[in-house]
Design a protein around this ligand. Structure first.
Ligand SMILES: [Mn+2]
Length: 277
């Protein structure tokens, strides 16, 4: 295959990977390879068995991680999680592919994402949607992404990306040395990212990324509001944003009902398609 789709997880997010994979099988042409970057433990650990023994059609990879994975106040300061950051290494890890799409393990795909592989990326090394939602400009800007900003230039109107859905032009990313720039940014004492990987990506890109329409990365919490305002068409990718505090597969900790619609049910349909357990 010329292109691939990549997700990643710790063992706690394996159900997310299963639902995501089932949604890809159902709604896309599967004209790409599929890889999972696994963080923590080893392939023969029991906790990974749902992925290692019961599913086929994709490849698992361990030990793809950066040396330094800083926390940020937006995710509970001090929390470091290398599985947040390893998406930055996708072009290095998969340099044989022309393009790689990263999807968070808390997303499900509702449309044929192979369309993205045909998209003109112009001179950009990466494509992402804007952060926040379609109607709140402040949430789309880099200033909100920074806990510390010790430079005197204004970033209050610089576009900030949402890192849950990314498409890399792998060659261009490597030629522009973006991974090295990213590592430098995480060690730069003059800044501190609030929303971990996404904030440092915003800093190294400074607004220079191909902006995907919001339909490619729809937070279920604002979907209905955006459509109510006439600012959103049918979602291509749904994103169950909520981190470890809200998980669609944990009945104690999910609350994805918005505008009277239970988005957990939709997620469960995709999860159960795999008939795991
Ligand atoms: Mn996410």
């Amino acid at each position: 295959m010329e292109n691939n789709v990549v997700t990643g997880c710790t063992a706690s997010h394996i159900p997310g990977v299963i639902a995501l994979y089932n949604s890809l099988k159902k709604n896309t042409d599967m004209n790409f390879d599929f890889h999972v970057l696994c963080t923590g433990g080893r392939p023969d650990d029991l906790e990974w068995s749902d992925l290692t023994s019961q599913m086929s059609g994709f490849s698992l990879m361990w030990d793809v991680e950066l040396d330094y994975n800083p926390g940020g106040s937006g995710w509970g300061d001090g929390t470091t999680n290398s599985s947040m950051y390893n998406r930055v290494l996708i072009p290095n890890t998969f340099s044989e592919y022309k393009r790689s799409i990263w999807l968070d393990s808390d997303t499900i795909v509702l449309d044929n994402i192979s369309r993205l592989f045909e998209m003109d990326m112009e001179s950009n090394s990466v494509a992402m949607s804007l952060n926040g939602n379609p109607w709140n400009r402040e949430k789309q800007c880099l200033k909100r992404d920074m806990d510390v900003w010790n430079y005197d230039f204004d970033i209050s109107d610089i576009d900030s990306p949402q890192a849950g859905v990314m498409m890399f032009d792998n060659k261009k990313w490597l030629a522009n040395e973006m991974t090295a720039k990213f590592i430098e940014a995480t060690n730069n004492q003059n800044i501190k990212g609030k929303f971990v990987v996404q904030s440092y990506l915003g800093y190294i890109l400074m607004g220079k990324f191909l902006k995907l329409n919001f339909e490619w990365n729809v937070d279920v919490s604002w979907l209905d509001m955006a459509q109510g305002r006439g600012m959103l068409g049918d979602p291509h990718i749904l994103h169950y944003i909520g981190g470890g505090k809200k998980l669609p597969w944990d009945p104690q900790r999910n609350n994805y009902t918005f505008a009277g619609k239970d988005y957990t049910k939709l997620w469960e349909e995709y999860y159960n398609d795999g008939e795991i357990i």
